[in-house]
Design a binder for this molecule. Sequence first.
Ligand SMILES: Nc1ncnc2c1ncn2[C@@H]1O[C@H](COP(=O)(O)OP(=O)(O)OP(=O)(O)O)[C@@H](O)[C@H]1O
Ligand SMILES: [Mg+2]
Length: 378
Amino acid sequence: MTPPLPGTDDRRGLILLADDSGLAALIARTALEAEGHTVLEVADGVEALAVLRARRVDLVVTDWLMPNLDGLGLMRAIRSSPELEQPYVIFLTSMDRRAQIVEGLDAGADDYLPKPFDPEELLARVRAGLRVVRLQRGLEAHAAELERSNAAFAQFASVASHDLNEPLRTITSYLALLRERVGGRLGPDADEFLGFAVDGATRMRRLIDDLLVWSRVDGESHSATPVDLSAEVATVLDDLSCRIAAEHAVVEVGSLPVVPGDASQLRRVLANVIGNALKFRGAADPHVRVAATATPDTVRLTVTDNGVGVDPDDAARIFDMFTRVGHRDAYEGTGLGLAICRRIVERHGGGITVTANPGGGAAFVITLPAVAASPLAA
Ligand SMILES: Nc1ncnc2c1ncn2[C@@H]1O[C@H](COP(=O)(O)OP(=O)(O)OP(=O)(O)O)[C@@H](O)[C@H]1O
Ligand SMILES: [Mg+2]
């Protein structure tokens, strides 16, 4: 179910007023209630936290000085409790205590109001705060929904591709049997049709295999280990050695670092990107360069080629599932390779993009966290 878009119609909110100084609290409460807000009033920070744990409060107005837990302590406690539905927080400061402003905002408050305050100004700040908190909660709900539907789709893709394998195996074996038993005896048309059927089944197998890989990216090993990119590239080039020789390709590899990650997943990324660099070749013999630059935080790996290149208009969408551009019929492929790469790289806390190589061809840039800061390295 899609959550409603952040509403702009309902401007009233559930407001928690934490203030033990009777008169200011009364003025604030009266003004807020006159505007239609529901106000919960408490006299200290501990009580305020108890309310926040029990109710989905939109906005907190808190005084600075309070018994038990003061305003600063309350704000810190709110922001360090991710399980709380985070409210917008406005704190009240004394005119003569300017340092509180910096301290309060640094503790995670969104806004402040000097005392004594003008009720109209309080109401205006509350209106602005409610707009922000609603937008933020709307975005969070959409992000959660997106994550849920992605997970559901990955689950569907996994089950579907797994279940399609068995009937496909039956089709492939009976086609092979048919070819063996009657091939050449049913006339040239039948042989050609059988050939199409076998090709179709082979393409379908690749597609199902790739879909299964795509759907399982997130479910694979959860801990990062040091991955020597030089060793992984060497393995990939070894696997591609026949193709490299057949295409008269030159692959130059610069010095590559070690990054935290999942070795077999990163090898898959390298295999697809380097494989693409060989596959989408132009008239000249392929010349591929794999190089890396590193900062303390990030490794930037580039794979450049002198092939047909990627049109800037296609640069973003080639990472989508099943997207193949240019001369589709001239090259084999399912169009899932880069979608798998993106999913893997993002799972490592990085990104992948493509630009035109200044010398012609394409330049793929993969960024990866250089230290164990990736989501994998918990
Ligand atoms: N190095 C490259 N040069 C030019 N175009 C490229 C390059 N790499 C990818 N592309 C374009 O991006 C598309 C998507 O690449 P991707 O790796 O996802 O699929 P594929 O190679 O066609 O199939 P698969 O990898 O699933 O076998 C390709 O079909 C191609 O059009
Ligand atoms: Mg590919």
